[in-house]
Design a protein around this ligand. Sequence first.
Ligand SMILES: Nc1ncnc2c1ncn2[C@@H]1O[C@H](COP(=O)(O)OP(=O)(O)OP(=O)(O)O)[C@@H](O)[C@H]1O
Ligand SMILES: [Mg+2]
Length: 244
Amino acid sequence: MALLELNRVSKRFGGLLAVNQVSFSINEGVVAFIVGPNGAGKTTLFNLIAGVFHPDEGNIHFASKEISQLSPDRAVHLGIGRTFQIVRPLRNLSVLENTMLGAFLHTRSPAKAAEEAEKVLRFLQMGNAMHLPARGLSLPMLKRLEIARALATRPKLILLDEVVAGLSTSEALALAELLRRLPEWGISAVAGVEHVMQVVMRMADRVIVLDHGTMIGEGTPQEMVRKPEVIEAYLGSKYKELGL
Ligand SMILES: Nc1ncnc2c1ncn2[C@@H]1O[C@H](COP(=O)(O)OP(=O)(O)OP(=O)(O)O)[C@@H](O)[C@H]1O
Ligand SMILES: [Mg+2]
């Protein structure tokens, strides 16, 4: 069953068509990655799904319900969790407190929120950093904190916007290994944006390729890295690095 469905979705910023007639669906149990060059519209697409922006044309359905005009707050309540490409925790709160903010979505009890946040943080191997202030965390830890906050909201769909960007290859692959276990958290589907092709190849069931706001391909990672339009618009030298 399709958990998320986009039907001819477009979004303009003034004269710029950032997302152009994009249609795809993500079924339950699927990990889908959106790739494409800088400025392709990937984050804008996430913002449309998460209710930050609304489509100028087309519509979006989540769990068979139209969500095109929903606020971000309502989207989170429906089970759409997300991370931000630019990490921005509340710097003076601890790692645990930042994660509890996610858990407060479904409980008013600070004790319950703390318990849930602790579980999530241990899963993400951040147990030792729990009581540190968010300011001063290293980038790999900040990225994990972003994921922790999203996980603590108990999403059905999680939107991960470049969570391994800026990490070393070994850190990126270690995080990817953890992300493969997201279904343990009751997450039905994952949508990620990522430039690190090794991670995309390892994690994705489906890959959606965007270029200048338009979808230029959709399929398995293996299909996409062989598609001439995708190689030309995006992969280029990355294709050679992969040695496929
Ligand atoms: N709030 C906004 N106002 C005006 N233009 C915007 C806004 N957000 C994005 N854009 C423009 O829309 C286009 C798509 O941007 P978007 O951030 O979605 O790309 P992206 O694929 O996420 O790129 P990156 O890989 O660099 O993160 C770009 O040309 C960008 O400058
Ligand atoms: Mg982006």
